[in-house]
Design a protein around this ligand. Structure first.
Ligand code: HGY
Ligand code: MN
Ligand code: MN
Length: 402
């Protein structure tokens, strides 16, 4: 709740977008809490922040847990934050109880998971797992032309000279706790979600270019109306993705009209297309059809489609899923295995090391909305399962997570 006060919105949610001052404030608060738990902070080249608890064998690959603190503009109080604070709670308890684990444990806050101010999302974890993408991410600009690099320099001025953490260091394992952001656990009356994987995602920026003209004098026959054309394109895309099983997730979340003046025929419309599916072949076929549909519905306007991100579906290893399931069973918690509809940083970590996720239910699956809410006992149950799994992994000298 203290973190939720940073960037709090009137409607009871949060607006703490990536690398804004509010994001910086949230990281400073976490840094303060981490210091109380005697954790060693560090930061990497894209601003991911790490909070390390030493292990008896301090050179062993750490077990990593964490999530993100940045939010959507209409974010809820638990998206991302839950996974960070559940991890912090574990490290605080280990510190208070003077319990030492064999391996170090690293709590991580990934930069820009949401991908709203700067696209694509999961930028911090993507750069961590594939450092070749860092340069392109650093020069990514927001709507005001401010770049990630400029904001990272501002962040570094706020967090006093933290030691540098290298990119790409494979942890022994990565486990992320997160609210489900969907209705499945609640519908199945389950407390713990054993996440089987994350669906794939394709994101595009579409630009429709027409011609500005006088709204009062220009006849229909000569108009190049970017708005009406964009509406045709979006309607055609909507028809394209109407699968009867309702498994395709299609969102036009951003739709910008310029010059956005009542008596000017719109010259340009820019909109985003976010399409997701858990089958890679379906997603590839959809990508091709989206490009064709945009061009076919462009009329007298010109259309350009920029692919922003393409992430394949990921499946978490059965052995990691089983660790989570066993912990839930030992704690007599109802559990349910399900894929994640939402994207998460764990999708990238799964390329680098054994990774998995623990879900807890949220009210009616509402998220990316101020009304996001969670039962306290579910928060605690998820944190206990996370604790058991992290400690089991941190005390395993050899991890055979086939
Ligand atoms: O888009 C996503 O799935 C993530 O929550 N930003
Ligand atoms: Mn999230
Ligand atoms: Mn989110």
């Amino acid at each position: 709740m203290e973190l939720a006060a940073i960037g709090a919105t009137e409607s009871g949610g949060v607006n703490r977008q990536a690398l804004t001052d509010r994001d910086g404030e949230g990281r400073l608060l976490l840094l303060e809490w981490a210091r109380q738990a005697n954790l060693e902070p560090s930061i990497d080249a894209i601003g991911n922040m790490f909070f390390r608890r030493r292990g008896q064998d301090n050179d062993a690959a750490p077990v990593m847990t964490g999530s993100h603190l940045d939010s959507e503009p209409t974010g809820g109080r638990f998206d991302g934050v839950y996974g960070v604070l559940a991890g912090l709670e574990l490290l605080q308890v280990l510190h208070d109880a003077k319990i030492e684990t064999l391996r170090p444990i690293e709590l991580v806050v990934w930069t820009n998971e949401e991908g709203c101010r700067f696209q694509p999302g999961c930028m911090g974890s993507a750069a961590y797992c594939d450092p070749d993408r860092l340069a392109q991410f650093l020069e990514t600009a927001d709507a005001d032309g401010i770049t990630v690099d400029q904001e990272l320099q501002a962040l570094r001025r706020r967090v006093p000279n933290l030691p540098e953490h290298p990119l790409g260091m494979a942890p022994a394992a990565f486990i992320e706790a997160h609210i489900e952001q969907g209705p499945v656990l609640e519908a199945n009356k389950s407390t713990i979600g054993v996440v089987s994987g994350i669906q794939g995602l394709r994101r595009y920026n579409v630009v429709v270019d027409g011609e500005a003209a006088h709204g009062g004098t220009t006849p229909r026959a000569t108009r190049k109306d970017a708005l009406l054309q964009a509406v045709d394109i979006v309607s055609a895309l909507r028809d394209l993705v109407q699968d009867p099983e309702d498994t395709i997730r299609f969102t036009v979340g951003r739709f910008l009209v310029s010059p956005n003046s009542p008596s000017v025929v719109p010259a340009r419309v820019e909109f985003t297309v976010d399409v997701r599916h858990n089958d890679a072949a379906t997603l590839t076929a959809l990508g091709k059809k989206i490009l064709e549909t945009c061009v076919a519905s462009a009329g007298r306007c010109s259309v350009s489609i920029e692919p922003v991100s393409l992430v394949a579906p990921v499946v978490f290893r059965d052995s990691v899923q089983q660790l989570i399931r066993d912990a839930a069973v030992r704690q007599r918690l109802s559990h349910f295995t399900l894929p994640s509809g939402a994207g998460h940083d764990a999708r990238h970590l799964a390329q680098l090391s054994p990774a998995g996720m623990i879900f807890i239910p949220c009210l009616h699956g509402i998220s990316h909305n101020a009304a996001e809410s969670v039962e306290p006992e579910h928060l605690a149950a998820g944190a206990r399962v996370l604790a058991e799994v992290i400690i089991e992994l941190a005390d395993s000298p050899k991890l055979t997570l086939a």
